[in-house]
Design a protein around this ligand. Sequence first.
Ligand code: TRP
Length: 431
Amino acid sequence: MAPTSPTRFLTGITTTGTPHLGNYVGAIRPAVEASRRAGIQNFYFLADYHALIKCDEPARIQRSTLEIAACWLAAGLDPEHVFFYRQSDIPEITELTWLLTCVTGKGLLNRAHAYKASVDKNVAAGNDPDADVTAGLFMYPVLMAADILMFKAHKIPVGRDQVQHIEMARDMAQSFNHLYGEHFVLPEAAVDDSVAMLPGLDGRKMSKSYDNIIPLFAPPAQIRKQIAGIVTDSRAPGEPKPVEGSALFQIYQAFASPEETQQLRQAYADGIAWGEAKQLLFERIDREVAPMRERHDALISNPQQLEKILRGGADKARAIATPFMAQLREAVGLRNLGAQAASAGKSKAAKAALPSFKQYREADGRHYFKLVDAAGRLLAQSTGFASPQEAGRAVAQLKQGGLAGLEESLQLAEGVSRADLGAALAALTEA
Ligand code: TRP
């Protein structure tokens, strides 16, 4: 067997808007920290094709791409060490989007939360269900699946709202693999509930759509002014203040060490004045942001350098994407007519005569597979595995004819003997 490749993490950042403190605490800082871990490969890209779905202002797309690229680099992402690129520099991604489109049920996309929310809103307003819904919005999950599957990413760090998209990418990978052979890795969402949700100026989650954000790299005077505007209560200086429900306290905590946090907690109990607490918060944020701001501003004023870094990242990414896309074209039959017919990839008919493995996830969160014969009859069923990789390894071992060590994890279907199973596996190994 080929040596196992390092685990690949992949994250896309949509290029609309200006990075704010919530993005920094919730996504950028943890991602940059993770990028320094040994033994993994990281892919970070600017999802500017996705941005077009939400934004039709060219200048904003360009500006936001510049700001977000500068922001990630300023926060410490090392483009030498990770794959850092712009989605639209990889034409293979749109090409793969089409191949996936052709194996994706329209019904699957009908069920996407974002699309359904738009439809529900239209219906509630008495409009045509698809009023103002572009095909781009409808296709959003397919483009996202292409981002992920192109680089055989295993883990996709996302917020809860994106989990459905990762499951759809798995579905598309499975459909494609089933039809054309095992080309894609089945990705998994990695949701980290330990990262803090940062409240905004009004105490609700900091988000552009609530208009309650503090931009990460605004001039210090502006940040100070915005911090002054964070909602507090009317408790007077000297009055003890509760930390529960205090947006100011929560933001402080997201930047401070446990000791510093403890000190502010004490200061609250001792009746610190709101103005003074806001000053502490400003200083604490500025201590972390000031050095990054310098790097950020230098990059923003040198867009050619940023462009060069992104082009370098695209070269690195395309070194993977271009040969993989050639393999996928071959697999689906987009072939050089001069070359001899079909070696790679078996026809649907040839495959249909063989037993096959189906991998899936159950409501218990565990990963299973089953082996079915050509007619779809169940031959054997696995017990649950902790990860799709573990289930995949067991499948790979079985395909190579090895039942040894797997007896415990495999249950024969009724009326199926070990010999039947052996014969089915042998047919697969030979194929
Ligand atoms: N949809 C993601 C978001 O809104 C952005 C994104 C695009 C993405 N392609 C991706 C995230 C691939 C992870 C993997 O946050």
